[in-house]
Write a protein that binds this ligand. Structure first.
Ligand code: UDP
Length: 328
């Protein structure tokens, strides 16, 4: 049985990846420090013999007694609100955490796939974004802690690949959504759906002309799986190229949820990218991958998930209190 270590296992993407690799017949070792992850996302796996969980922060030395065939590094805060609240951990998990996992992959002879992001393109001046584009990132801005950690992560990964001959893969993940997103992570989809369900107005930042392109989680997971199994070491964009402005998207959510709330406008956060759309030619030609779930279907599934949450969970719109962890 092939063994895979998945960091960030209790998070949104990490937990879906655990499910995928269990379904594919792997032994899955999940690891998470639970700062932003939630054990609820993986509690259904604890009864399985081929699933194990380690409560550990990968920014510290990572010890796994088993042999490992694959490692997926998905541990990181991943929403602008989270990395504003825990900037230092965000930097550490992308840099020190990645270094630890590269060392572990080298010691075990395992193949490592790291979760990079469209944020490496910053506020892009090239549209749509191809993997050749070097990006436009403000190193010292509020998003810099995430963007630069991820850029360092890519650089470190390529260095291990070139210098040590380590088998590595880099996925650049564009906005992805679906069940198990954290309702209070500040991202636009849980924010809008949560507001609609609580009977609050929908908060559009800026004038809403900024664009995003949303990929359903099952498509994202399939793209990551195909990339891991491929022999391609350079970065690959995985996302859904179907682009929409945030204002039009808010209107879609109003229709989907049937809410009679209004749209209200709030200031645009600093360095919020004005447009984002993946060029997925590379994924298409190298992996034979393209997204299959359109936004109407994906949003319906996501809305059904959020509707199934208890009233208490819905009201808990306050963010987790990270204050004791912010200095580490
Ligand atoms: N956004 C918004 N209202 C909200 C939350 C987010 O208008 O309540 C906007 C945000 O400014 C950004 C877009 O939605 O332009 C996507 O934000 P998100 O945090 O989901 O992800 P990003 O792509 O910015 O990392």
């Amino acid at each position: 049985m092939k063994k895979i270590l998945i960091t960030g296992a209790a998070g949104f993407l990490g937990s879906h990846l655990c499910d995928k690799f269990i379904d594919e017949g792997f032994k899955v070792i999940g690891m998470d420090n639970l700062i932003t992850g939630d054990l609820k996302n993986i509690e259904h796996l604890f009864k399985l013999d081929n699933f194990e969980f380690y409560h550990h922060d990968v920014s510290k030395f990572v010890h796994v007694p088993d042999d490992l065939d694959y490692i997926l590094h998905f541990a990181s805060p991943a929403s602008p609100i989270d990395y504003l609240k825990i900037p230092i951990q965000t930097l550490k998990v992308g840099s020190l955490g990645t270094h630890n996992l590269l060392g572990l992959a080298k010691a075990k002879g395992a193949r490592l796939l790291i979760a990079s992001t469209s944020e490496v393109y910053g506020d892009p001046q090239v549209h749509p974004q191809t993997e050749e584009y070097y990006g436009n990132v403000n190193t010292i801005g509020p998003r810099g802690v995430y963007d630069e950690a991820k850029r360092f992560q890519e650089s470190m990964t390529m260095a291990y690949h070139r210098f040590h001959g380590l088998e590595t893969r880099i996925v650049r993940i564009f906005n992805t959504y679906g069940p198990r997103m954290r309702l209070n992570d500040g991202r636009v989809i849980p924010a809008f759906i949560g507001q609609a369900l609580r009977g609050e107005d929908l908060t559009v930042f800026g004038d809403g002309s900024q664009t995003r392109s949303f990929c359903y989680v099952d498509d994202q997971v399939e793209g990551i799986y195909k990339l891991l199994m491929s022999d391609y070491a350079e970065p690959v964009n995985i996302g859904n190229p179907y682009e929409i402005s945030i204002l039009d998207f808010a209107e879609e959510i109003i229709k989907l949820t049937g809410t009679d709330q209004k749209i209200v406008f709030k200031p645009l956060p600093k360095d919020d990218p004005m447009q984002r759309q993946p060029d997925i030619s590379r994924a298409k030609s190298i992996l034979g991958w393209e997204p299959k779930v359109n936004r109407a279907e994906g949003m319906k599934l996501t809305y059904d998930y959020f509707k199934s949450l208890t009233k208490e969970e819905l009201q808990r719109s306050e963010h987790k209190d990270f204050s004791d962890r912010n200095r580490k």
